[in-house]
Design a binder for this molecule. Structure first.
Ligand SMILES: Cc1ncc(COP(=O)(O)O)c(C=O)c1O
Length: 404
């Protein structure tokens, strides 16, 4: 078929593919445990649901300003000041359909063909694809397997004359790693000095455990938003349990936002007023839900670490944030895609192959579901992999027999 070479080169989303497979197994009555999820199970804040309902009830559902409603941009500016100490005008903010579209529009705005974007591994699966789609070249920098955090010299040593941006995500999907303040400081100062864009995808910044706080990148630049090379991305998706509302935003110099706005106007016109009303209410409403989510995730994190510790040969770096961990399964001699399919077939557990995140021989496991699912899911993985396990276990109302 005569398709665009670039478009045809974009890989199918592995997570969505796995979700579809798990759903079809569930439809056949197989009690699949999903450790591949990318969204917490908590309900959206009541304030958000009520605001969306009121907007809908008014019945005036029309186009909105393409950069986002003024009141949500103001709320995002306030959020930025409260959480990052960074003063931003509404012209420094654009609202888009989740952090995903925000990042896509940003890369489209920043990159000329052949421009390089440095992406530390492990990385969120969409980064390299988005960089390629917008004409850029992703330059993947490996991290230490002991920490899943890149060394400053490796990251900054990868910078060339073609480097346009560095793309950071801490706390990190897929590893849960939290970059230390010293590393963040070094990267921020380097980027400001060399005039390289530093994109901080901060979508998980409040989902941090052990009494820690995510280091604030804005604390390390003496520059205000207009002069700075540091661009912050955020969304209501993960921290408010509002993935389906599809609202995210960027905080960047006005000239960058203006071009992102032109791209948005030319592609999607604008965001839905219903969803923006909900996001605004989440930002302005009671915030207790965020703390409750963090403690639930921290309990699940502890449960998954304890369960993984019982599988001989598995090593895992303790995650300090998000709702993912990235255990190393190299002791089992299967590549991550084969292992992932094996676990789905034999133990009815969905995991995500580390290969998709630049971490071959690892699996990404989510602990955003129930604690019971986390514990049972890992117990099934152990059963499938540990030769010392009993020959049979019950999976739902069936007996699974270990015949491999
Ligand atoms: C690191 C990272 N950035 C961005 C996104 C996308 O967020 P949104 O749902 O707001 O588009 C995700 C979702 O999984 C993510 O993990």
């Amino acid at each position: 078929m005569n398709l665009s070479r670039l478009a045809a080169s974009i890989a199918e989303s592995p997570t969505l593919k796995l979700n579809a497979l798990a759903k079809s197994m569930q439809a056949q009555g197989i009690p699949v445990i999903h450790l591949g999820g990318g969204e917490p199970k908590n309900k959206a804040p009541r304030s958000a649901v009520e605001a969306a309902s009121a907007y809908l009830a008014a019945g005036d559902i029309k186009y909105t300003p393409s950069a986002g409603s003024l009141s949500l941009r103001k709320a995002a500016a306030e959020y930025t000041e409260n959480n990052y100490g960074r003063k931003a005008a509404v012209e420094n903010i654009i609202i888009s359909s989740g952090a995903k579209q925000t990042l896509y529009n940003l890369l489209f705005t920043l990159l000329d063909p052949g421009d390089e974007v440095i992406v530390p591994a492990p990385f969120w699966v969409s980064y390299p694809e988005m960089v390629r789609m917008t004409g850029g070249v992703p330059v993947v920098v490996p991290s230490s397997p002991e920490t899943h955090i890149p060394r400053a010299e490796d990251l900054l040593g990868a910078v060339t004359a073609r480097t346009k941006a560095i793309l950071l995500n801490s706390p990190n999907n897929p590893s849960g790693a939290l970059y230390p303040a010293e590393l963040m400081e070094e990267i921020v100062r380097f980027c400001e000095r060399k005039e390289i864009w530093l994109i901080a995808d901060d979508i998980y910044h409040k989902l941090v455990f052990d009494g820690l706080r995510a280091p604030n990148p804005c604390a390390f630049t003496g520059r205000g938003v207009e002069e700075s090379r540091l661009i912050i991305l955020n969304a209501v998706s993960k921290i408010y349990g509002m993935t389906g509302f599809r609202i995210g935003w960027a905080v960047a110099p006005k000239a960058v936002i203006a071009v992102m706005n032109n791209i948005q106007a030319a592609t999607t016109s604008c965001n839905s007023g219903v969803l923006m009303a909900a996001a605004e209410a989440a930002l302005k409403g009671p915030q207790e839900g965020v703390g409750e989510l963090v403690s639930l995730l921290e309990t699940n994190r502890n449960a998954i670490l304890a369960s993984l510790a019982e599988i001989p040969g598995v090593r895992v770096v303790k995650p300090h944030g998000t709702f993912y961990c990235l255990p190393d399964f190299s002791a089992f001699g299967k590549d991550s895609l084969t292992l992932c399919s094996f676990l789905l077939e034999k133990a009815s557990v969905v995991t995500v192959p580390g290969r998709e995140f630049g971490a071959e021989n690892h699996l990404r496991l989510s602990y955003c579901g129930s604690r019971a699912d986390v514990v049972e899911g890992v117990a099934r993985i152990r059963w499938a992999l540990d030769p010392a396990s009993p020959k049979e276990i019950r999976i739902g109302d069936k007996t699974a027999v270990r015949d491999w």
